[in-house]
Design a protein around this ligand. Structure first.
Ligand SMILES: Cc1cc2nc3c(=O)[nH]c(=O)nc-3n(C[C@H](O)[C@H](O)[C@H](O)COP(=O)(O)OP(=O)(O)OC[C@H]3O[C@@H](n4cnc5c(N)ncnc54)[C@H](O)[C@@H]3O)c2cc1C
Length: 298
């Protein structure tokens, strides 16, 4: 049996660590091994070790778009939030994968660079934003990103252009090539700092008015089905307030499921299935999850 803590004494690694300490929903079972690499070299060492020892590998950013089942995650899980540097070069902002998207938008604002305002309130990391092509209020990561550096499963590091990332609605090619995003560069435009700040404040105010930001959640649970809005279907089906255990369809925003009282991942999955079945029965529409559901059952 491998022991990653003795194998990599210079990297912070925890064994059997509850992921509920890290996920935005405050749910999820333990990671067999949870590592916090500080730089690209440490990520490479860990990814190579996982490959050589046939350990399943999972990469997390801010865990704001995830439900980790209550049985936790087998093998090695990396959390990249220690890799959080953001640098500015002329109109380019380069952020490491673990940097918060919100902090990246603040750095862009403080340098008078426009193009990332839409992401002012998206609570994910840069790696998660590239993986998901995160977007809001008409903006998408794909509109601002020029390139990303990715560690591929064969151990090579490759720079991906925007086109190579094959961005679509909540999609990028990273979902198929199983690479680890190491950093991303956004090519922005010079703008008026006060206008940028005002736009970000306005979008954050709209978000706070509509979303249940006072309770744990994973954002919008379902993708937008073609021709419909998931939240409206859920509202019209009378599902707001539906509760299983401690997970509840938000009474403030029908697209969110909030943790109201020590909910578990199983509670979340039960609510998701009930919503999917009810909406299918009432309106004939199949809701697909935007949130990623990973890990093993308890
Ligand atoms: C209150 C709230 C509001 C939200 N609002 C929005 C919104 O307006 N728009 C929006 O798009 N999303 C929104 N989200 C969802 C979420 O913030 C985004 O999807 C975000 O991009 C996820 O980033 P993350 O770092 O949290 O990813 P995680 O949840 O940690 O991971 C998500 C997926 O990305 C993969 N991943 C993460 N990092 C990497 C990496 N470095 N390399 C490879 N794969 C990686 C993971 O394996 C996983 O499959 C919201 C969430 C919450 C809780």
């Amino acid at each position: 049996m491998v022991n990653l803590i003795t194998e990599f004494p210079e990297i912070e690694i925890k064994q059997n660590e509850p992921l509920s300490n890290y996920t935005y929903t405050h749910t999820g079972g333990p990671a067999d091994w949870l590592a916090f690499p500080k730089n690209v070299n440490e990520v490479q060492q860990l990814v190579t070790f996982a490959g050589t020892n046939q350990l399943p590998l999972t990469v997390l950013g801010n865990a704001s778009n995830l439900i980790v089942r209550d049985g936790g995650i087998a093998g090695l899980t990396l959390i990249l939030t220690r890799m959080n540097q953001i640098t500015v070069n002329d109109n380019d902002v380069t952020a490491q994968a673990g940097a918060a998207y919100i902090n990246t938008t603040i750095v862009a604002r403080d340098h008078g660079l426009t193009g990332l305002e839409f992401a002012a309130g998206i609570p994910g990391s840069i790696g998660g934003a590239v993986f998901m092509n995160a977007g809001a209020y008409g903006g998408e990561t794909k509109f601002a990103l020029s390139k990303a550096t990715v560690l591929l499963p064969d151990g090579t590091v490759k720079e991906f252009t925007n086109e190579e990332l094959d961005f679509g609605y909540r999609h990028s090619s990273i979902q198929e090539n199983h690479g680890v995003v190491l950093d991303a560069t956004f090519s922005l435009q010079p703008g008026d700092q006060d206008e940028i700040a005002a736009k970000m404040d306005e979008l954050n105010a709209r978000r706070a008015a509509k979303q249940p930001l006072d309770l744990p959640s994973c954002g919008s649970v379902f993708k937008r089905p073609t021709g419909y809005y998931a939240g409206k279907l859920i509202h019209d089906a009378g599902l707001q307030g539906y509760t299983s255990g401690g997970a509840q369809v938000s009474t403030k925003h029908a697209g969110f499921i909030v943790n109201i009282d020590h909910g578990t991942a199983t509670d979340y999955v039960n609510v998701i299935h009930h919503v999917q079945e009810t909406v299918k029965k009432k309106f004939g529409v199949s809701l697909q999850t935007e949130v990623r559901i990973i890990g093993r059952d308890k």
